[in-house]
Design a protein around this ligand. Structure first.
Ligand SMILES: [Zn+2]
Length: 368
């Protein structure tokens, strides 16, 4: 498994922090490759199906790189650009007939007219891709329809939409270029969508950096200021005195809280526990779930560790998620929800200055 997917225990914030070392390594390798004009592999869910994508910077792409993307990608060649640039080029949205907030915003396909023939060769497509990024080029420079598919990346990248398009644009931006990236989705020789294992084998064979969309989300959450601290107060509770911080996240609903027990002790790393809000369990002590016991255990563990925090987070699925787990279904329904939870947690830990500290405090056996 690539990305933060190994981090399965919802309550264990230290495991989430420990996963950051791998995130930094994978994102660093991909950004380095892209900065040198090479291809990287981005994996993740697309239409709820696992998919590997080949990604390269658009600005200076050459014909051999486009040829590599066409040989192994074998689908449309997408160019992720920001919406203002696509609007400036007067490229209309291909109107989707299937609704859904996660649908990619694909524009009409184009060829650059100047210096190309059919537009279909690798050299012609490379010229089209470079022209799409070139601010000197305008709408009149392109033929429609053509062979390169422009697609709008959301302005806030993977934080707004955890898709291949946004991950590609974010990686190119992190590599120091304008957020314009070429994306082609990988198929096996038999025409089937490559599985996670097949994508890894492919990346190894070709010496390509490989990372998951979740890595880009975690990297940005851990290294950029995303969440907004609303206020703080001293919070005396039975277990001890905590400092409570309230947050608003621009991309996730509801107010988030961190309860920090900050009696820092030399040589003891903070213990980080994560708790998903469950009003019926936490407040009314419902017997339908073990949330109340888990919260009590977390408060107890952090208090005894002497230094740590409890992140009290809202369910990314809202009321549906809160109620569903009382009927025995898992609290976190899928990887997208887990990614949202991990993302908010990382942003809070960054704000608290705890994101760089992964080593868990010693916790006695039998702790949850
Ligand atoms: Zn519960």
């Amino acid at each position: 498994m690539i990305g933060l997917g190994d981090h399965h225990d919802l309550h264990d914030g230290n495991a989430l922090l420990a996963a950051l070392a791998g995130v930094d390594q994978r994102v660093g390798a991909a950004v380095d490759a892209i900065a040198r004009g090479r291809v990287a592999v981005v994996t993740g869910l697309r239409h709820d199906e696992f998919q590997g994508g080949l990604v390269a910077a658009a600005q200076a792409i050459d014909a051999p790189t486009v040829n590599f993307l066409l040989r192994h990608g074998r689908g449309p060649l997408y160019v992720a650009l920001d919406a203002p640039r696509l609007d400036a080029l007067d490229l209309e949205l291909v109107r989707p007939r299937t609704a859904g907030p996660g649908r990619p915003a694909v524009r009409v396909p184009v060829d650059v007219a100047d210096g190309t023939t059919s537009g279909i060769s690798a050299a012609d497509r490379a010229a089209t891709i470079r022209a799409l990024v070139d601010e000197e080029r305008g709408a009149a420079d392109f033929r429609v329809p053509g062979h390169v598919h422009p697609i709008a990346a959301r302005a806030s990248g993977v934080l707004e939409r955890a898709g291949h398009t946004e991950a590609a644009a974010d990686l190119v931006r992190l590599a120091g270029g304008p957020p314009a990236a070429v994306v082609s989705l990988i198929l096996n020789d038999d025409g089937a969508t490559a599985s996670a294992g097949e994508v890894r084998t492919f990346a190894l064979e070709h010496g390509l950096a490989v990372l998951d969309i979740a890595d880009v989300v975690a990297y940005r959450r851990a290294h950029e200021d995303v969440i907004v601290r609303g206020g703080e107060t001293l919070l005396p509770i039975v277990a001890g005195t905590f400092r409570a911080f309230g947050y608003r996240d621009p991309f996730e609903p509801g107010e988030q809280f961190a309860l920090v027990h900050a009696e820092a002790r030399d040589g003891v790393a903070p213990l980080i526990r994560i708790h998903l809000e469950c009003m019926l369990g936490d407040v009314f002590r419902s017997g339908g779930c073990d949330c109340a016991a888990a919260l009590d255990a977390s408060i107890d563990a952090v208090t005894r560790a002497g230094h740590g925090a409890i992140l009290y987070l809202r369910s990314p699925d809202g009321d549906a998620g809160r109620l569903r787990h009382l009927t025995g279904e898992p609290r976190v329904a899928d990887l997208r929800q887990q990614l949202a939870i991990d993302g908010v947690a990382l942003s809070i830990l960054r704000d608290l200055g705890l994101a760089g500290v992964a080593r868990p405090a010693p916790v006695e056996a039998g702790q949850r």
